[in-house]
Design a protein around this ligand. Structure first.
Ligand code: NAP
Length: 363
């Protein structure tokens, strides 16, 4: 464990970075404005100061890589912050699997919930062979089907020793589809799994977690933060998850339960688009690390919705505060286009839809 002196130095260095960066940007811009001496310069300056402030708030508590503690120390510290076992839904692949592995890696006992018993057993076996001290229990359930006695079993499991519930299970569409292309069963499945299952899990978990203090992490999506055409229904279900989390957090904080919504943009897991890892589609482990860092960092205790990685926090500010603002977007969109980048989620989805139509022969 680094000493409190090292911690204070680290915090001071961080404070310096956060004060120095906006100051530097402001000075450069003031100089530019003096040169340009125009109205446009003034508007640009204000816009950039505003965006800088938004970015600084979004990245509060973020520590540059060179100032971070060694990984093993961080894992131990984060594991100790979870005072009990953790239950993860939708855990046999993608983000859920990364959550399960991340918890075991931090020494936390896990309860694995997904719909396929065989896949769950295989996952528990994999975790146990990678981390011999791992403690894994499994519970098979299809969230799209009838509940049966499932929520009663969940209550028993949570009552026993669970301190963290990760409501990760979620389904989307395989391709960017228009409203009329999405068939009714897909729509119902999305609402049942993404909205009803999350709400029911929260309903069971909250009063039980309140008895000894605990946390719920609901997995939302960056698609809910701004208009996301061709993923309209999926993003709407995730907006439900986000709003539910925000309100439940305010309602249950006084009773010692935190409800955090982790809402990343694209993840290069086996998800919707099976994107390859890149700066904007990081591997699932990056998101999971970001969530545990947030949960264990007192400076981030007030966060209700996080993107869980720096690149996604920045994309979030670009796609919401800039691209959706009529004035800022008119300045920034041409710059983005000049750089060959997508300036908004609408553009990202239009391109994805174009690729889909091209690959499917225009159907
Ligand atoms: N991937 C992304 O880019 C991304 C971005 C933002 C947010 N998210 C959100 O992150 C979460 C995980 O996404 P992902 O891409 O990692 O998912 P994924 O790879 O498709 O995995 C989904 C998991 O959920 C389980 N599952 C699916 N339907 C289920 C059901 N009816 N009952 C029980 N378990 C079920 C699957 O298990 P079995 O098939 O073995 O049963 C699997 O383990 C979702 O909530 C998603 O909306 C994903």
């Amino acid at each position: 464990m680094p000493s409190s002196k090292t911690q204070t130095t680290r915090d001071r260095n961080l404070a310096k970075i956060f004060v120095a960066l906006p100051l530097l940007v402001t000075i450069i811009l003031a100089a530019l404005r003096a040169v340009a001496g125009s109205m446009l310069g003034g508007v640009g300056l204000l816009a950039l100061v505003y965006c800088g402030a938004r970015m600084a708030v979004a990245l509060r508590g973020w520590t540059p890589r060179f100032l971070r503690r060694p990984r093993a120390t961080r894992l131990k510290r984060e594991g100790r912050c979870i005072r009990g076992a953790a239950l993860v839904t939708g855990c046999t692949q993608g983000l859920g699997r990364a959550f399960a592995r991340g918890l075991v890696e931090r020494g936390v006992p896990v309860v694995l919930v997904s719909r396929d018993q065989t896949k769950l057993e295989a996952l528990a076996g994999d975790l146990q062979s990678e981390f011999p001290a791992a403690s894994c229990r499994i519970l098979a359930h299809d969230f799209a089907g009838p509940a049966g006695g499932f929520y009663g079993k969940v209550a028993d499991v949570i009552r026993r020793d669970v301190a963290l519930v990760v409501n990760n299970v979620g389904v989307g569409v395989d391709y960017p589809l228009t409203h009329d292309e999405l068939d009714e069963s897909m729509l119902e499945n999305m609402i049942t799994v993404n909205c009803c299952a999350t709400a029911k899990m929260c309903r069971v978990a909250l009063p039980l977690l309140a008895e000894r203090g605990g946390t719920i992490v609901n997995v939302g999506s960056g698609s809910a933060a701004q208009p996301t055409p061709y993923l309209s229904h999926y993003s709407a279900t995730k907006a439900f998850v986000e709003q539910l989390s925000r309100s439940l957090d305010r309602e249950w904080r006084p009773r010692n339960v935190r409800v955090l919504c982790a809402a990343p943009y694209y993840v290069s897991s086996t998800g919707l688009y099976k994107a390859r890892a890149s700066w904007h589609a990081p591997p699932a482990q990056v998101i999971v690390d970001g969530v545990f860092a947030t949960l264990s960092d007192a400076r981030q205790g007030s966060f209700e919705v996080i993107r869980a990685c720096t690149a996604h926090e920045v994309i979030g500010v670009l796609f919401t505060s800039i691209a959706e603002d009529p004035v800022l977007s008119s300045v920034c969109a041409p710059v983005a286009r000049l750089l060959g980048a997508s300036g908004s989620m609408v553009e990202v989805m239009a391109k994805a839809r174009g690729r889909y139509l091209a690959s499917s022969g225009g159907r």
